[in-house]
Design a binder for this molecule. Structure first.
Ligand SMILES: [Mg+2]
Length: 175
């Protein structure tokens, strides 16, 4: 299978780990849904945020989401694994280092603007993503999309090739 996998909040427990860093940058606390909206719309502010995150290398110490590594290692033996992240390219080196340290194997690593991830995985049979907007676009191009359950994506989803999953154990079973 050609499998696409998002990194933040699917493999890396980014939100949990960086929420205090984010709130600190913003000067106040926001709900998970508000954080996603801020990231989506306040691009200029987010460039400042990413520059600070890059300088302080906060992306390099994020813990893994439970169960992700063993499944990806197993899949890597028989499937084509593309990691597709919307992290900007400035995080390329830090991301590769992090993946290596956690022994996450992959065939390709792509940086893609939001809603363009589908362009990176040809003949995509499965994609795993936590961003609902991205998942809706991916569903038009991939056989199956697993929506990794997170507080910001709990809205009902229509396309029946989008399947909500809440753990990597469940992903392994349903893939
Ligand atoms: Mg994500």
């Amino acid at each position: 299978m050609n499998i696409g996998i998002d990194i933040d909040n699917v493999i890396a427990d980014t939100y949990t780990d960086l929420s205090s860093f984010f709130h600190n940058f913003m000067g106040k606390e926001h709900t998970p849904f508000e954080v996603v909206e801020i990231m989506r719309w306040r691009k200029l502010l987010m460039w400042r945020y990413f520059a600070r995150a890059w300088r302080q290398k906060v992306m390099t110490t994020i813990p893994l989401i439970n169960g992700a590594a063993p499944v990806i290692r197993e899949w890597y033996q028989k499937h084509n694994i593309s990691l597709v992240t919307s992290r900007t390219i400035i995080f390329g080196r830090q991301t590769k280092k992090w993946l290596k340290e956690h022994d996450i194997p992959y065939h390709k690593l792509h940086h893609a603007k939001e809603t363009t991830k589908y362009t990176k995985v040809k003949n995509c049979q499965l994609f795993i993503e936590d961003n609902l907007e991205e998942a809706l676009v991916l569903a038009n191009h991939c056989d199956k999309v697993f929506l990794f359950d997170q507080p910001w994506n709990r809205q009902p989803v229509k396309p029946n090739n989008i399947i909500r999953v809440s753990s990597w154990q469940e992903i392994l079973k349903k893939a």
